[in-house]
Design a binder for this molecule. Structure first.
Ligand code: FAD
Length: 308
């Protein structure tokens, strides 16, 4: 159980708390943190609740960019007209997350930092103890792969995949100052520590280019459309310069990005998208089927967008 909860009103107050507290976790909507902590997977003495920070809740229109505050809920993303017009795959991704009630609480910042998932990790304490704990729960080996010493828990954020398709950047704030990095660079590819970010840092906003005239398509595979996490998310975009971006989620410990151009051999791009993800059998659907579905999703989206 958590002992203490702080509710800072500004980013700088939140950062000050990270200097005085050691064992803390940020909480925004709590729809991932609370579930993980109930399962014994995200335990910290202190919660720093950043939900009251107004600076994180702004949509800001700049010349050629839209900045989306990370504290904005997925419900608000799905209702925003600019997003519907300029970034329809992001709107669809937001609508595809969880249930309507959860989307009114879940934030886009929490979504891009949502913990990786695996059938052997997202279980109760007694279940994980009974199978001998996997690598992500301080065990010795990956149980799914039968002894691997690397963790392949899957990256599941749907909005991150969409925003990577739109070439998004993020602003990271810490006591030393701010930096802007491509969203794709936030991810390490290591299932145990999936995020390349200091624990003490806050992601302030996500920056999306508004001058690229993207065409885009979003697709998601899962057993039940009403609720389930992704087994495969794909977003294909083509910008005004003919740059193709294929972004995938749910099939590797990090989001996968393949870039090319409308002049490239499209079969080659599709095969790259099939080969690059390290898909393992840690999902409802078998590995082979998910690989086949990558090919199906990406080729269908390319056909639709290019009207081949
Ligand atoms: C039943 C159910 C179904 C779900 N289905 C899906 C799904 O289909 N697709 C999907 O993508 N997700 C799904 N989720 C996961 C989750 O609801 C979403 O990812 C949600 O967007 C997380 O946002 P949050 O604000 O609740 O994050 P929280 O739980 O508050 O935080 C998540 C993580 O982000 C960190 N964090 C949050 N904001 C910041 C910030 N600004 N700066 C630094 N760190 C921050 C927290 O410290 C924590 O580590 C589901 C969850 C449930 C319970």
């Amino acid at each position: 159980m958590k002992n203490k909860v702080y509710q800072p009103a500004t980013i700088s107050e939140a950062l000050d708390l990270t200097n005085s507290e050691k064992d803390f976790i940020f909480i925004a909507g709590g729809t991932d943190v609370i579930v993980n902590s109930k399962q014994g997977n995200a335990v910290a003495d202190v919660m720093i609740d950043i939900n009251g920070i107004e600076e994180l809740k702004q949509f800001t229109v700049r010349e050629n960019y839209l900045e989306i505050g990370t504290g904005i809920t997925l419900g608000d993303i799905s209702r925003d007209n600019r997003i519907a017009e300029l970034f329809p795959a992001l709107r669809e991704a937001a609508i595809s997350v969880a249930t309507p009630v959860i989307r009114e609480t879940a934030t886009v910042g929490g979504n891009i930092l949502c913990e990786n998932r695996c059938n052997f990790y997202n279980q109760s304490e007694w279940w994980r103890e009974a199978v001998g704990y996997c690598l992500k729960c301080n065990g010795d080996i990956c149980i799914v792969t039968g002894g691997n010493r690397r963790c392949f828990s899957k990256f599941i954020s749907d909005t991150a995949v969409a925003m990577i398709g739109y070439n998004a950047e993020i602003t990271i704030v810490q006591s030393a100052g701010e930096k802007i990095i491509p969203l794709i660079d936030l991810y390490t590819g290591d299932g145990i520590n999936p995020f390349r970010k200091e624990k003490e840092s806050i992601i302030k906003n996500i920056i999306l280019p508004t001058d690229k005239n993207f065409r885009s398509e979003f697709r998601k595979l899962r057993p039940r459309r009403s609720l389930d996490f992704t087994s495969l998310t794909s977003v294909v975009t083509i910008d005004s310069n003919g740059i193709i971006r294929i972004a995938l989620g749910g099939v590797d410990p990090m989001p996968i990005l393949i870039t090319g151009s409308v002049n490239d051999n499209l079969d080659f791009l599709i095969q790259n998208a099939v080969k690059k993800p390290r898909v393992i059998d840690n999902d409802y659907y078998p590995r082979r089927y998910r690989k086949q579905m990558i090919e199906h999703f990406v080729s269908t989206s390319l056909n639709n967008l290019l009207k081949i």
